[in-house]
Design a protein around this ligand. Structure first.
Ligand code: FAD
Ligand code: NAP
Length: 486
């Protein structure tokens, strides 16, 4: 908030009195000191000296990009942070280089008439990635169907995120670590809602759009930015749509279950173990924070059938009275909107393959990724023998979904539960303290000597780091551990 206040104060933060300049590489290199520090991110140069003392990662971290192109560094650490908005008052100007357009850029400008345009591969690295997907389209009197051929077997309804906004249509298909984008200004109007089908074993996706008028379309539309391109996922920007707050229920004294409704013009299902970003404008600045979807209760995943077009997303969110984002989120009224991004995260369902023992170490809201992981494992992994959750909290009042967890442990003999409290009352008979070698070595017992194990850990960063260190000391391998971080 202090930084936002400073950016609103009217103070000249670039030292250029509001002018924007073209910055050469030589010029950029000169500004490499704490009190004169310029950094280039995605072609734009910022004077970050005034921001030094506000940078959550500290000055040293920021100085790593001083006088140079910090895009890769930035992406490694927090690609989701909305720097354009946060640093808009620090903008010095653009790098003095011409943007490089792909060779067939002008060719792509022509109308899409149903012929398959040559796929654009925007990054040479993509050649090492999945074989190039392609698309086609066909129509009946009432419908237009876009068909995406991913050429991959492990495609499902989670793999495609589609949005129809005004006359543009955007569908991002996640294929391993890449995104294949369809992005078109449609030639005719369509109805708001559409459907998505996946033919899983051939990797074919069909998106069925409903025409507003039963006329024959001569072409699908005009290509928009990055249409028909395969881009490493880490290089795609975050895409947001506005979701409506449907309900907000108290879960503990400070944690609430938020239910958001996706617009009818969006198809989005967040894969197990992944998170999304929320974006709100707080005193004129766009602020972005990550949140992990959960189910509406620990038992809902067991209900059949889970509707494939489920439009509700649930979040367990702790409100920090002195926080920047959560008080604002808490002030939203039912019916208000919050922008929600495409899913991100590096957890892979394949980590469950042949899994026998699953151990979950969660602290506070670090419980949130465990909700779907737990339900998925208990429902879909036939080899699973045991799931154990060790849940660290300050007091009994802080335990999220305690009675649901206890009910689940009672109902499903494969599931065991252990609460550990760091600040319990004198009546607490359970475990106390912090994550430690003694607690872990007792808890992490394989059901068989040869059991395939996965340990998931999530909580405050120092908790996760400490836990990772202890797990390595206990000789668990990298493949046996997954830590949830941003
Ligand atoms: P902040 O402004 O970040 O402050 C948080 C607390 O720290 C406050 O008490 C504040 O007073 C204190 N604080 C802030 N700055 C300082 C400082 N300099 N010194 C000392 N204290 C300070 N959270 C959830 O509740 N649910 C989720 O599902 C969830 N999923 C997440 C997924 C990922 C991948 C990650 C990385 C985080 C997730 N989080 C989740 C955390 C969430 O993103 C936010 O960090 C959290 O909501 C706090 O936001 P805030 O802006 O309200 O608080
Ligand atoms: P909290 O209530 O402050 O802490 C939960 C428990 O962890 C408490 O018992 C606490 O003990 C303990 N703890 C805190 N720091 C510790 C440390 N350094 N070593 C050992 N134990 C420690 O937690 P919270 O406020 O809910 O915060 C949850 C955190 O999880 C947030 O930082 C959030 O960003 C993160 N999170 C991450 C993801 C993800 O996917 N990456 C998802 C959800 C949440 P004391 O307080 O008594 O010290």
């Amino acid at each position: 908030m202090d930084w936002i206040r400073l950016t609103k104060s009217g103070k000249d933060l670039t030292g250029l009195k509001g002018r924007l300049i073209e910055v050469t590489e030589e010029e950029l290199k000169k500004h490499n000191k704490k009190d004169d520090c310029w950094i280039c991110i995605r072609g734009f140069v910022y004077n970050v000296s005034p921001y030094m003392e506000y940078h959550p990662g500290g000055e040293e971290e920021l100085m790593r990009g001083a006088g140079s192109d910090g895009t890769d560094l930035f992406d490694q650490v927090h690609r989701w942070v909305n720097y354009e908005s946060m640093l808009k008052e620090c903008l010095v100007g653009r790098m003095a280089v011409k943007p490089a357009f792909p060779k067939d850029y002008h060719e792509e400008k022509k109308l899409l008439n149903g012929m398959l345009p040559k796929s654009q591969v925007t990054d040479p690295l993509a050649k090492e990635g999945p074989s190039s997907p392609s698309y086609d389209w066909f129509q009946t009197d009432a419908l237009v169907t876009i068909v995406i051929y991913t050429k991959q077997k492990d495609i499902n309804l989670d793999s495609v995120i589609a949005d129809h906004r005004h006359d543009s249509f955007r569908a991002e298909t996640v294929i391993k670590d890449y995104s294949y984008l369809i992005h078109i200004a449609l030639s005719h109007e369509i109805q708001e809602d559409f459907s998505v089908r996946v033919v899983e074993n051939v990797g074919k996706i069909e998106i069925v759009l409903k025409k507003k008028e039963n006329t024959s379309w001569k072409c699908l539309g005009h290509p928009l930015e990055n249409h028909n391109s395969l881009i490493p996922k880490k290089d795609t920007g975050l895409y947001y749509r506005k979701c409506q707050l449907i309900s907000k229920e108290d879960v503990t004294h400070d944690t609430k279950l938020f239910c958001l409704l996706l617009p009818p013009s969006t198809h989005l299902q967040v894969p197990t173990g992944q998170h999304v970003y929320f974006k709100l404008t707080i005193t004129g600045t766009e602020i972005v924070k990550p949140y992990t979807p959960v189910s509406d209760s620990l038992f809902s995943e067991f209900k059949e059938p889970v509707l494939p077009n489920n439009k509700y997303i649930y979040f367990l969110i702790k409100i920090y009275p002195a926080g920047l984002f959560t008080p604002e989120l808490d002030h939203l009224q039912i019916g208000d909107y919050v922008s929600v991004s495409n899913p991100e995260g590096n957890f892979k369902i394949s980590q469950f393959q042949e899994l026998e023992d699953l151990f979950l170490l969660a602290a506070g809201t670090g419980f949130t990724p465990m909700v779907k992981v737990l339900s998925y494992a208990l429902t879909n992994i036939p080899s699973l023998r045991k799931v154990k959750l060790m849940f660290f909290n300050k007091t009994e009042d802080d335990i999220i979904w305690r009675s649901q967890l206890e009910k689940l442990a009672f109902k499903d003999k494969r599931f065991d539960l252990e609460f550990v409290l760091s600040a319990p009352t004198s009546e607490w008979n359970g475990k106390r303290g912090y994550i430690s070698p003694a607690l872990l070595s007792e808890f992490l017992k394989r059901s068989l000597d040869t059991s395939k194990v996965l340990i998931c850990i999530c909580g405050p960063m120092p908790f996760t780091e400490q836990g990772m260190k202890l797990l390595h000391d206990l000789n668990f391998s990298k493949d046996e551990i997954h830590s949830f971080t941003a």
